[in-house]
Ligand binder design. Structure first.
Ligand code: PLP
Length: 395
């Protein structure tokens, strides 16, 4: 077992370290550009110019118009705004929303909020790999459906949804389509125009940018209510003095992520597949979660039978390995992941889940160390489990 102090960071879906180039770009802004982008004098205009450059750069990275980029305080804000802002501005057209059972809480909770305020929400099921069926989407559409929100890639099991196809269905029915692409932007090639969605959420800290800044891409001409009321920033749609350094950090991180993607993705994917095969070779009584092919390049998710995910995390931590059980937001809670339950896993198996998410820096040696630690920890925890004992006796 690895007792050295070296940290093996395998929780890149929770957050990522900032790229040095991003820190430099932000430091430059913090040192030299203190102006308020709304001020008319030169110091303010300098800030405004940097803000608009960042907007242009994001637009170029995602193939949308600069005027379609709205900066927000995080991915959660972008999701909240898309759902609640669209629903409020279009409630005279209808009050039905379609989403899925496996969305992040930043989508599910706004939907639940709307249900308490006169809206009706259909939560689509997924199959055992986490995929939404296009037939289910079509069948859920009603006369009063105004919005469909389906995540691009699931943050727990990594399954990539058929967004382009769902967007086509939405368009045929004149329904607005939002996708929470927080886990996909920077990890998958994203072309806003080709994808055909009306709104797309992203968050900088998932692709080596700073925490506390995100964006909602809103198709030109879409009717959406402002989420934050106040000043006229972000074309009067999102009040609040802009977080200029954060926005510059987001645009720089996105630029780097997009330009390195073709190089990086096959390497990460190869490491991911090596990790999956090593776990499957070395540890018995496990269940692979998510889709084998339609999957984020860096995501590995397994359930280890007869074990609590939380104990696994604590013991991995003692070995310097950072991982996650379900999403970071639910860790500490005893409820099993809503995503794993939606995949049809029984509670007792869903409790033993572990998510390992790699980066371009993850090495084969780190993977070997992780698998050897995992093998020993799983064995030790199972020896303490009365259910494991009973199941061995029954065999
Ligand atoms: N949506 C998904 C799919 C996520 O994975 C996350 C973060 O984990 C969010 C939304 C929320 O993003 P943020 O942390 O920027 O609020």
């Amino acid at each position: 077992m690895n007792h050295s102090k070296k940290v093996i960071y395998l929780d890149n879906a929770a957050t990522t370290p900032m790229a040095p180039e991003v820190i430099d770009a932000m430091a430059e802004v913090m040192k030299n550009t203190y102006g308020n982008a709304s001020s008319v004098y030169s110091v303010g205009r300098a800030a405004k110019a940097i803000l608009e450059q960042a907007r242009e750069s994001v637009a170029k990275s995602l193939n949308c118009l600069a005027s379609e980029v709205y900066f927000t305080g995080c991915g959660s804000e972008a999701d909240n705004w898309a759902i609640k802002g669209y629903a409020m501005a279009n409630k005279t057209k209808g009050n039905h929303i379609i989403t899925t059972k496996i969305e992040h809480h930043a989508v599910l909770h706004p939907c639940e909020y709307l249900e308490k305020n006169g809206f009706e929400v259909t939560y689509l099921p997924v199959d055992e790999t986490g995929l939404v069926s296009l037939e289910d989407v079509k069948n859920a559409i009603k006369e009063n459906t105004i919005l469909i929100s389906v995540m691009y890639a699931n943050n727990e099991v990594g399954t990539i949804e058929p967004i382009e196809e769902i967007a086509k269905i939405a368009k045929e029915h004149g329904i607005c389509m939002h996708t929470d692409a927080v886990q996909a932007v920077g990890a998958e090639p994203i072309d806003f125009k080709a994808l055909g969605v009306d709104m797309l959420s992203l968050s900088a800290h998932k692709f080596n940018g700073p925490k506390g800044v995100g964006a909602l891409i809103i198709r030109k001409g879409l009717r959406i209510a402002p989420f934050m009321h106040g000043g006229a920033q972000e074309r009067s749609k999102r009040a609040g003095t802009e977080n200029l350094a954060g926005i510059v950090g987001l645009s720089k991180a996105l630029e780097l992520a997009v330009s390195n993607l073709a190089d990086k993705q096959p390497k990460i994917r190869a490491m991911r597949d090596y990790l999956i095969s090593e776990i499957e070779k070395n540890i018995p009584y496990i269940r692979f979660n998510g889709h084998r092919e339609k999957r984020l390049s860096n995501n590995v998710n397994f359930c280890f039978r007869y074990i609590e995910g939380e104990s696994l995390l604590l013991m991995l931590d003692i070995n310097g390995i950072c991982a996650s059980s379900g999403s970071a937001c639910t860790s500490g809670s005893l409820d099993p992941s809503h995503v794993l339950l939606a995949l049809g896993l029984p509670h007792e198996i869903a409790h033993g889940s572990l998510r390992l998410t790699l980066s371009a820096q993850t090495t084969k040696e780190e993977i070997d160390d992780t698998v050897s630690a995992l093998k020993e920890i799983v064995h030790r925890l199972r020896l303490m489990s009365p259910i494991y004992d009973m199941s061995l006796e029954q065999q």
